[in-house]
Design a protein around this ligand. Structure first.
Ligand code: LRH
Length: 480
């Protein structure tokens, strides 16, 4: 086995990046090529992604990657889940909606009028999130575009199509549509749920063939090779194209009794399993079974995540543009008055807007002290997230029968020492923090394995991650 380099395109809900991954039997190293903001745009018809801006940044990043590292072994793409573009022929119909757009509310009612949530859960194992793709499709029907479309591609698949001309649906991300059947047997590949698709009145042709992480999707279109300077033969390889699937590949879990928190815009809190957990209790707790790399299942719950912090900062910046998050987190550490712990899972925090005002509303409704300064708000948010993380770990542990001895926090939130410490404190379980760039690492590792640069199961890949980083350890402190 030799060393080689792959490029990871990793699009998060607030920023994107192209990274080079240098990989070999004794090497796993990321090199940042470009980072760019992902700024959604409010239009008269709703909240949209700036998909062309993102694609332009991806092309620029790949151009820089070609200059830094000629002879890339492959390119892999991941992004946030559930959102999609509609195609008619090669043409994009409309601009993809942001999952935080409120149009989905009507879609939820229409779907549940036809199919009870309990029946959906038995079919797809997904927690209820109002933006799951099947609800978005229902809402889409009112615009008439769905009837014109001949294909729907999830965001990473859309970028792969623009780069290669190939139309596929990568299976980990496809599992977040709610339209995949749960594999009936262990090792069986996921399939589109034709019965559910028909019951929802969706045209079957919308759904392209499924591919598994590690499969080759295609090679670069001639105009993409020209624009980037990459060889036209450079393969696009499917990775865990759902960012959370890639992140969990790179959680350095050396112990099966571990929980993970992939902490970015969302805090995805759970455990990895071989089989879905489909009990009445898991449905009532709104736990999800998402498709993972190598057929694993992520049994988890979505907690609101650092979105509460970034959206609060955005609100304060409208009054004082000099406000930024890092000094506020430092000030929050020094807050000594008790702050309210609110329910970070309350749906009122989902849509963009004035999060601090909604926290005040929650505190007043529940008779809790109202934070009085940005530092107190930040402390209150971090305490509340830590409490929600700890509680989701406990629920995941009970519902899946896993005794959790370690909590791994990966992603941007793993840099927030206060959040990590408070999570350990609330859970009474040690926290291991890092890597920050778990998603890009997971993306890189799946490509590297497909290219023969490394080999083995997820445990071997995680061993490479563990050997390449120096995580921070947070022991639980006794709470007074
Ligand atoms: C995290 C994430 C999460 C989904 C949400 C839409 O970026 O992919 O796993 O639930 O975005």
């Amino acid at each position: 086995m030799s060393n080689g380099t792959v490029a990871a395109v990793d699009l998060g809900a607030t920023s994107g990046r192209v990274m080079l991954g240098h990989v070999g039997p004794n090497e796993l190293r990321l090199e940042a090529v470009n980072r760019f903001p992902n700024t959604p745009v409010q239009m008269p018809d709703g909240l949209h992604w700036d998909i062309f801006g993102l694609y332009r940044s991806v092309l620029e990043g790949l151009g820089q990657a070609a200059r830094l590292s000629p002879g890339l072994a492959s390119i892999g793409i991941d992004s946030w889940a559930v959102d999609y573009g509609l195609l008619r022929g090669d043409r994009l119909l409309g601009t993809p909606f942001h999952y935080r757009d409120s149009r989905t509310t009507a879609g939820v009612t229409a779907v549940h009028d036809r199919i009870a949530f309990a029946d959906l859960y038995a079919e797809n194992g997904l927690q209820f999130l109002p933006f799951n793709t099947l609800y978005q499709f229902e809402a889409e029907k009112t615009h008439g575009l769905l009837a014109l479309a001949d294909q729907a591609l999830l965001v990473p698949d859309l970028i792969a199509f623009w780069l290669s001309g190939a139309r596929v649906a990568e299976s980990t991300n496809a599992s977040t549509t709610g339209l995949l059947s749960l594999p009936a047997r262990r090792g069986e590949e996921p399939r589109w749920n034709d019965t559910l698709i028909a019951r929802l009145g969706l045209p079957r042709q919308l759904f392209p063939p499924l591919v598994q992480p590690g499969e080759r999707i295609g090679t670069l279109l001639p105009h993409v090779a020209d624009a980037t300077g990459l060889a036209a033969a450079t393969p696009i390889v499917a990775v865990g194209s759902h960012d959370t699937a890639s992140a969990v590949v790179a959680v350095p879990m050396t112990d099966p009794d571990a929980a993970f928190i992939s902490c970015g815009t969302w805090g995805l809190v759970g455990v990895e399993r071989d089989q879905p957990v489909l009990t009445e209790a898991s449905r009532a707790a709104n736990f999800t079974n998402e498709g993972g790399v190598d057929g694993r299942v992520r049994f988890l719950h979505n907690v609101m995540g650092t979105w509460l912090l970034s959206e609060s900062v955005r609100t304060w910046q409208r009054v004082d543009p000099s406000i930024s998050l890092l000094p506020l987190v430092a000030a929050a550490e020094a807050v000594s008055v008790p702050v309210a712990i609110f329910d970070a899972n309350d749906p009122r925090f989902m849509e963009p807007g004035d999060i601090p005002a909604r926290i005040v509303e929650w505190c007043v409704e529940h008779g809790r002290p109202v934070p009085t300064s940005p530092a107190e708000f930040v402390r209150s948010i971090i305490e509340s997230l830590a409490r929600a993380f700890a509680s989701a770990v406990q629920t995941a542990s009970e519902l899946s029968g896993t005794t959790v001895r370690t909590i791994h926090i990966v992603g941007g939130g793993s840099q927030n020492a206060l959040l990590c410490q408070l999570t350990a404190d609330h859970a009474g379980i040690p926290v291991v923090a890092g890597p920050v760039e778990a998603t890009a690492l997971g993306n890189v590792l799946v490509q590297a394995r497909a290219a023969g640069l490394v080999s083995g199961d997820l445990e071997s890949l995680r061993g490479l991650v563990a050997a390449s980083i120096q995580p921070l350890h947070y022991a639980p402190r006794r709470r007074t």
